[in-house]
Design a protein around this ligand. Structure first.
Ligand code: ADP
Ligand code: AMP
Length: 213
């Protein structure tokens, strides 16, 4: 099963993608996580990506597309995957489409996690992330068992540099201009499904699994 998660930054794509990945035993692929890993390691890719991420801008398509195509070519993707944060532009979606079509395959579902802008800023300011395993928490809504520590791997949780209010506003602008057109793109392909992302995390997941069943 090949699934794409769509939605504004902070809509809950990563939270749901991880639950989908666990349930269907497919990899959760987040381009944001891949960039953050590279920033942490200080690689050339990481240093280049950070320039854009810190301003709430998209990393250029040339860089992003390459890392994504390399990742989905790995053996663990043979039974499918859930993409979180990719594609974010029409050109990215077109490249992905071409690569998948050449393999005689297709995207099964693009799940649009719908959350109004008003809710987003509050969600982002409470987000805490584990840079070691990619798990995401919220200090009020989805707290870890022990404050500041990842339930999954025991490492320290941090606030992401790009979750500051000013950067979040830029990211929302970028989302509306560059990413929202993908809703039309996947509607035309007949694979778009929208879920109400303002519900409790478990109810959002139930809505998604109902769609996938
Ligand atoms: P995205 O991957 O779309 O940027 P995340 O999955 O990281 O979003 O979620 C953003 C923040 O909102 C995180 O702090 C997360 O724990 C929290 N969150 C996710 N889903 C819900 C939900 N249904 N209700 C409340 N908070 C949520
Ligand atoms: P995310 O973790 O998905 O919120 O992504 C964090 C940041 O990484 C984004 O604000 C972008 O700067 C960058 N990024 C992640 N995925 C992409 C993508 N598909 N295209 C361009 N930039 C991306």
């Amino acid at each position: 099963m090949k699934i794409i998660m769509l939605g504004a930054p902070g809509a809950g794509k990563g939270t749901q993608a991880q639950m989908i990945a666990d349930k269907y035993d497919i990899p959760h692929i987040s381009t944001g996580d891949i960039f953050r890993e590279n920033v942490k390691k200080g690689t050339e890719l990481g240093m280049e990506a950070k320039k854009y991420m810190d301003q709430g801008l998209l990393v250029p398509d040339e860089l992003t597309v390459k890392i994504l195509l390399d990742r989905v070519a790995k053996p663990d993707c043979k039974n499918g995957y859930v993409l979180d944060g990719f594609p974010r532009t029409i050109p990215q979606a077109e490249v992905l489409d071409k690569a998948i079509t050449e393999l005689g395959e297709k995207i099964d579902y693009a799940i649009n996690v719908d959350v109004p802008d008003e809710n987003i800023i509050r969600r982002m300011s409470g987000r805490r992330a584990c840079l070691a395993c990619g798990a995401t928490y919220h200090i009020e809504h989805i707290p870890p068992k022990q404050e500041g520590i990842c339930d999954k791997c025991g490492k320290e949780l941090v606030q992401r540099d790009d979750d500051k209010e000013e950067t979040v506003k830029n990211r929302l602008d970028v989302y509306h201009k560059q990413t929202q057109p993908l809703i039309d793109f996947y509607t035309k392909q007949g694979v778009l499904r929208t879920v109400d992302g303002t519900m409790d995390m478990k109810d959002v997941f139930t809505a998604i699994t109902t769609l996938l069943a």
